[in-house]
Design a protein around this ligand. Sequence first.
Ligand SMILES: Cc1cc2nc3c(=O)[nH]c(=O)nc-3n(C[C@H](O)[C@H](O)[C@H](O)COP(=O)(O)O)c2cc1C
Length: 549
Amino acid sequence: MVLAYHERTKHHFQRYAASPGYMDWATQPDPFRRYQGTDLVRLPLAKPGRPLPYWQLYALGDVSSEPLSLESISLFFRYALSLTAWKRFHDTTWSLRANPSSGNLHPTEGYAVLPAIDRLGEAPAVYHYAPEEHALERRAILDAKAWSELCAPFPEGYFLVGLSSVHWREAWKYGERAFRYCQHDAGHALATLRIAAAALGWGLVLLDGLGDGAIAGLLGLSRGDDYGTAEREEPELLALVTPALPSTFPRLLNELMTGGICAQWYGEANTLSPEHSANWPVIDEVAQATRRTASAVIAEDFSGFPTGEELFGIPVVRQGLLTAEQAILGRRSAVAMDGFTAISQEAFFRTLARLMPTRDRRSMPWDAIPWRPRIHLGLFVHRVEGVPRGLYALARDPDKLAPLKDVMRREFRWQRLPSCPPGLPLYLLQEGDCRALAATVSCGQSIAGDGAFSLGMIADYIDGLATYGAAFYRNLFWEAGMVGQVLYLEAEEAGIRSTGIGCYFDDPVHQVFGITSREWQSFYHFTVGGPVEDTRLTTLPAYDLEEQR
Ligand SMILES: Cc1cc2nc3c(=O)[nH]c(=O)nc-3n(C[C@H](O)[C@H](O)[C@H](O)COP(=O)(O)O)c2cc1C
């Protein structure tokens, strides 16, 4: 099912994946889910200007851990999933968020399971995050016994966050390919959650052994009556947030949550579209085929990975331009690239180094997921000072260098750059101007050719699926989304911008790199470069600060 879905949702030069082909504005989905009948707890907005430097997000252990409070939870959601601006053009306004989304449709919903916290709630509870209000909706009050059973395996001061997807929001515009975009968006959101936790000195790890039924049970997604005819949410993932960095990937009691936990539930979901103009049954089929049952926790060996020093060179970067808050809340997708801005070699290497897990498993956000990288990069370098133009490869798992060489074009050079840090597995494949080629394979989008560099993410597809089963299809997109989120923030720090590119021609990308085996598949594109601002738009603040303080 997964292989068939992936094949049929490829874009080809002569045929795009099945979609409505137009936007039916009358049925445009509401980007804001609300649960009517729940208590809404407003989260206080902190004064902007938190001084934590951006680079410190990656220096784990350096940021002192914030105590769990209404204020720290507020900051956590502010950095992870909140609105960051409203945009206006003539009579139309729309909001942007800390997490990006394909088509700005935002299929991802956020949840938290929190202990009793002063001014937030007197009892442990399940909350849904409402980004428009920057507030938490109390969906359920947990039985004290249920909470202490849930807590049992974990250190004190922990809480849980969860993500779900409303497929319809993406399917409304993108049709069958929408499932892929929902997964990318979930990956971006997993990264924003990890990064938000890092900004508060907290650890965050994905609870990967859990079944989807358990996640749905805990978050209330399986409560059919609460949805009525409203669009359902697909459980995606649950992560553990801890005051300190956990050294292992713990396991929740799956059985405890499947079938619902002992709690008093509140609220009914709002309907997002008055009707659904088209149905895409293949999305339900692939969702079903990739649902997870409880499984063994993934444990992979990272001893062959480089150290931080080997990746970044010495000294490891401990300075920069922005604060963490400026990078996180200021992040935006470029809508066009200027076609001339070049970036320095240092910024290029540092950005790529941030995409690598390290031997000690302490590189953020890669410490949140337990599997070795299955996403590698095929780069189109256009304008990086001192780096020849051309095609490059970054083998994000050093052990996959030989298989990548094997699967790609015979004539590629696989040459190291003299100035590249020793631990960064970056290789020049072929010199040349590939601006037109990059744009062509990105559905003709000029942003891919007009940036400093762009890239295709090449998934070690069958290896992932064969090792961990069909559910791992989602993990591949999550990993790609996480790579994208790091690129977004690194571009901000370098004074440029970035954009995720979900529209690309799958097989033509494989041809560029000479990949004929179906075992490796193109999973996502990205571009990084000097942006062109759209000066026709007015930018308005995300929230009325006075009202919320
Ligand atoms: C999975 C994904 C795919 C995307 N694909 C494209 C694309 O093909 N072309 C494009 O111009 N922007 C693309 N974007 C950027 C979105 O349009 C952008 O994130 C959204 O409009 C919200 O704006 P923001 O990122 O500034 O918050 C994509 C974003 C994501 C997360």
